[in-house]
Design a protein. Sequence first.
Length: 186
Amino acid sequence: MPAADSSDALLMEPVTRLHTAALQALASDPAVSATSHLPSPYPPGHAEAWIHAATEARAKGEAFHFAVMLPQEGFVGCCSLMAVSPRERSAQVSYWIGRPYWGRGLATRATRWVLGFAFEALKLERVRTCVLDGNIASLRVLEKLGFLPLLRAPNRNPKFPLDASLVFFERLAVPLSSRRPDAQDS
Ligand SMILES: CC(C)(COP(=O)(O)OP(=O)(O)OC[C@H]1O[C@@H](n2cnc3c(N)ncnc32)[C@H](O)[C@@H]1OP(=O)(O)O)[C@@H](O)C(=O)NCCC(=O)NCCS
């Protein structure tokens, strides 16, 4: 680390206190925090405490939070592997990109890199996530990366609208059809 994303000049590196100011500024945009796992509104000074916790979680192997970096712009967002379970060989992924950088394929590329880290470096078998129904950009990111929907459930997170739904997704390291030679594509 840092490691280059093979398709372009995207760099992924563990979040450190060097990212504090840019992370605080970009995460404080309600358009970023409202639909993600970030607290909304994003509290002043929260980035410093969060990065400290992220560093401890990485040391324990519980979570791996990566800064999404571009050579010119520097820090542009985060992509995280959380709830890492070596026993179940599973984890959860989440991502956000600062609003000035939306629509450039960055979330897709960053999350693809993190999936590679999960499946190749950590040898996990499945990565899950959940998305607020109606978060079209995020749903599209998951579609591009081969996530499959598992279920839809009513939202219970008070930060989201009470009448909202969440859609849960899963991405397997190896597609089921490749594990079962007798399986037929539908
Ligand atoms: C969701 C988010 C990470 C996407 O980041 P991004 O870097 O812009 O994503 P990408 O460019 O890789 O892909 C976005 C896709 O959604 C599409 N998209 C975005 N808005 C859309 C809209 N209103 N209608 C249709 N498609 C849309 C883009 O065209 C693109 O698809 P394409 O490559 O086929 O053209 C970013 O919007 C974000 O940080 N949102 C706030 C936090 C959040 O919601 N995080 C996800 C929590 S589950």
